[in-house]
Design a protein around this ligand. Structure first.
Ligand code: FES
Length: 175
């Protein structure tokens, strides 16, 4: 297998003039989040959650600002963001369909579910439909193995899925 290498040294990231870590946010983090941790690095996860909550995803510019604020490297921030499926570096759809692909769900037919969603929405995992309505993810164990195969649609988990039930769920979501 050939590795696809990205030209990271010359890559340009989209930026905007307005900071993602506003002065108000920094003051709040200093007061409410940093004191909870022994090191500044410990505050990374709650700050990432906060930034994603505010913006729907975590832009690369925000990662650089977070790194500066926490006195860690942008690589430390990117490592963390890219490790967790729940963090997004790009805009995501109104509805995020996260089909579990871990062992119990795999044994109970997750592939048929994910293939059906791929075909129905014409997107691959980690892609968003052109209308911005759906993003498809293949996720690791959702902690509900007894209900395999299962999926999250935004915050709600749906267990014992079949092609018919995932179809109905998707069709029932308002624009
Ligand atoms: S393997 Fe799917 S919920 Fe645990």
């Amino acid at each position: 297998m050939a590795w696809i290498v990205k030209p990271s040294a010359t890559a340009k990231i989209p930026t905007r003039d307005e900071a993602y870590l506003t002065d108000a946010a920094k003051t709040r983090y200093e007061k409410d989040i940093l004191p909870r941790y022994e090191t500044k690095m410990g505050a990374l996860m709650p700050i990432l959650h906060d930034i994603q909550h505010e913006n729907g995803h975590i832009p690369y510019q925000a990662m650089i600002e977070i790194a500066k604020f926490l006195e860690i490297t942008p690589g430390d921030v990117l490592d963390t963001v890219s490790f967790y499926e729940e963090f997004h570096t790009e805009k995501v759809g109104k509805y995020i369909i996260g089909v579990c692909q871990s062992i119990a769900c795999e044994m109970c037919g997750h592939q048929a579910i994910i293939d059906h969603v791929r075909q129905k929405l014409d997107i691959e995992p980690h892609e968003t439909t052109e209308d911005g309505k759906f993003t498809l993810l293949a996720m690791e164990c959702l902690g509900a193995c007894e209900g395999a195969p299962c999926a999250l649609i935004n915050e709600d988990r749906h267990d014992n899925l079949s092609i018919e039930t995932i179809d109905k769920l998707i069709d029932s979501l308002p624009d």
